[in-house]
Design a protein around this ligand. Structure first.
Ligand SMILES: [Zn+2]
Length: 99
């Protein structure tokens, strides 16, 4: 799996946890969260660092639009601690990379 694919998987898992917890969707994502996820995927696809990119947190270029960034920050804040419970392996990998 490439870095970008792996990052997409992590982002998807985080948005899913957030959506489930906040918007009480039974399966899949609500409209807002699918928009957010599509946006995040598009940003990853267009990331000029490609496979060499650092995590977005460490990235010198903040390419998210402010509104999307706020939404993503909120989702990450909520999902971050819960990732350890739901998806220990990818969560830990993500955290290690953040360090
Ligand atoms: Zn949602």
């Amino acid at each position: 799996m490439t870095r970008i694919e792996e990052e997409k998987k992590t982002v998807r898992q985080m948005v899913e946890i957030y959506c489930k917890g906040h918007h009480h969707t039974d399966s899949g994502l609500c409209e807002d969260c699918s928009t957010l996820l599509d946006y995040a995927f598009a940003r990853l696809d267009h990331c000029k660092f490609g496979e060499k990119k650092p995590t977005c947190k460490a990235c010198p270029i903040h390419c998210y639009k402010p509104a999307m960034r706020e939404q993503m920050k909120e989702a990450m804040r909520y999902a971050g601690p819960r990732m350890l419970w739901h998806h220990p392996v990818s969560a830990i990998k993500h955290l290690i990379r953040e360090l």
